[in-house]
Design a protein around this ligand. Sequence first.
Ligand SMILES: [Mg+2]
Length: 145
Amino acid sequence: MKTKEDFPEINARRPDGLKPEGTPYRVLIVDDSMFVAKQLNQILTSEGYQVVATAGDGLEGYEKYKELFPNVDVVTMDITMPKMDGLTALQKIMEFDKNAKVIMISALGKQDLVKQALVAGAKNYIVKPLDRKKVLERFLSVVSK
Ligand SMILES: [Mg+2]
């Protein structure tokens, strides 16, 4: 009977969430929806990414980014949140670290805010409801740049 070892190429694919040297990309999730944060967490960790922290509003997200810096590789940033919205938090993060890699998480119909976020330095965006394949595609394009 054939075993996994007979098909080494199947296991050879490196998960997207691992850096070339083998350690995971570290992600900060900023979202006021626990449901969305949990979905992102599941999708990302299933592909080898490491979620290092979650924040429930823009202000907490900005503060966690500063606290964890430089040990965060990617941030997911919801747009509509209490205390500080995602666009403002993005701007503050970019002021603090012009090399920050932030992916906006947007509800449908927020094209204007998404455009402003891209101008302000966001690297990409994902529209809800979240699709696993799309989330991983957008992440891969951001981390591989
Ligand atoms: Mg929200």
